[in-house]
Design a protein around this ligand. Structure first.
Ligand SMILES: NC(=O)c1ccc[n+]([C@@H]2O[C@H](COP(=O)([O-])OP(=O)(O)OC[C@H]3O[C@@H](n4cnc5c(N)ncnc54)[C@H](O)[C@@H]3O)[C@@H](O)[C@H]2O)c1
Length: 335
């Protein structure tokens, strides 16, 4: 199988490219990434000499480039996106451009140039919005709360419309919060680890009671692969590992693993529209496709913390004051 992976120099994209190249000796990848926020060429240095892996610096919104590549592949896994909610509050425009119009450009490319290619659209639990009790199922209506999740929900709606109108072979994955190596230090877990290692105050939004459901990135990559190879056309698959935790608890766990005091925790002004809880019912992917998460939360979190401790060379150039800012959503239009 020849796969176009978009956003393959980011956190999930780089883990996904490595997963595919290592698992399938006859698969080929073309990775398109514009090297924007979240991207780091160092993430896939180990694949640079691999003949089955080809990197092209480019934007998924560039229809000429995208069309040319779509003609050559069997499948597209669209991982590219602007991904930080705080940034979307500071400046929403790039989110519509990259997440919604970028996906639309890919759909047009498939429709016009290779309508047999399969598209896996990598989406997020955030499109459903918050849920105080119970868990969202795939047929629940998206009710996004912030510009990031709205831009992703809009992309999902286009993907489904192209399936219904033009019969494109598409599937959508909606996953919970990922953790693991190669995540940009502006996100909660790497930011907490890095600020704690530097003995800086560790910021928590509001009361710290907001609940997120955590999954190890490798489990997410495997689930995307299951959907790519076995997923039904026109279907949505929720992905979760059922590790729900209030943010304050995950921060406390990390501080304990690093042997740092809890008094590093500092409560800061909450971001607007901060969803109180996300939760997914992922029984469909388990029963229909046979996927299940493999990693134990405590062990994988510990391995993640150790990875950042041992790979300062990787995060040091990225961990600027701006990236480690305690309340980045306040940096209106300059973030
Ligand atoms: N991180 C999570 O917890 C999580 C959870 C569920 C779903 N997702 C989804 O997974 C995807 C990847 O998330 P991530 O955390 O790896 O993000 P990331 O920010 O680490 O990486 C995103 C990558 O996309 C690239 N990119 C952005 N716009 C582009 C464009 N127009 N053309 C080409 N490349 C572009 C960036 O350069 C970057 O390398 C996103 O679609 C996100 O919505 C993430």
């Amino acid at each position: 199988m020849k796969i176009l992976v978009t956003g393959g120099l980011g956190f999930i994209g780089s883990n996904f490219c490595r997963y595919i190249i290592t698992k399938y000796f006859d698969n080929k990848i073309i990775n398109i990434d514009k090297i924007g926020i979240g991207a780091n060429p160092a993430n896939l240095e180990d694949l640079e000499s691999e003949k089955r892996y080809n990197f092209i610096k480019g934007d998924i919104g560039d229809s000429e480039l995208i069309n040319e590549i779509i003609k050559q592949v069997d499948a597209i896994v669209n991982i590219a996106a602007e991904t930080h909610v705080d940034r979307s509050i500071a400046n929403p425009t790039p989110f519509i451009q990259n997440n919604t119009i970028g996906t639309f450009t890919i759909l047009e490319g498939i429709r016009k140039h290779n309508d047999k290619a399969k598209l896996v659209q990598v989406s997020t639990d955030e499109v459903y919005g918050e849920i105080r009790e119970g868990s969202f199922k795939e047929n629940d209506m998206p009710q996004p709360s912030n510009p990031y999740s709205a831009s992703k929900a809009a992309a999902d709606v286009f993907v489904m419309a192209y399936h219904k109108t033009y019969g494109l072979d598409v599937a959508i994955t909606r996953c919970t919060n990922n953790y693991g190596p190669y995540q940009i230090p502006e996100k909660l877990i790497p930011k907490t680890i890095i600020r704690a290692l530097k003995n800086l105050p560790v910021p928590i939004y509001g009361s710290g009671k907001n609940i997120r459901d955590w999954i190890y990135v490798q489990d997410h990559c495997e689930a995307i692969d299951f959907v790519l190879r076995k997923g039904e056309s026109g279907e949505i698959y929720n992905i979760s590992a059922e590790n729900e935790l209030p943010n304050i608890e995950i921060v406390k766990k990390i501080l304990k693993m690093l042997d740092k005091p809890e008094n590093l925790i500092t409560f800061v002004e909450d971001r607007p529209g901060h969803d109180i809880r996300y939760s997914l019912d992922s029984s469909k992917i388990k029963s229909k496709l046979g996927w299940k998460p493999k990693f134990c939360f405590e062990e994988a979190l510990e391995a993640t913390v150790k990875w950042y401790v041992n790979n300062e060379w990787w995060w040091k150039p990225l961990a600027t004051e701006k990236i480690l800012n305690p309340t980045p959503w306040k940096l209106r239009d300059s973030y």
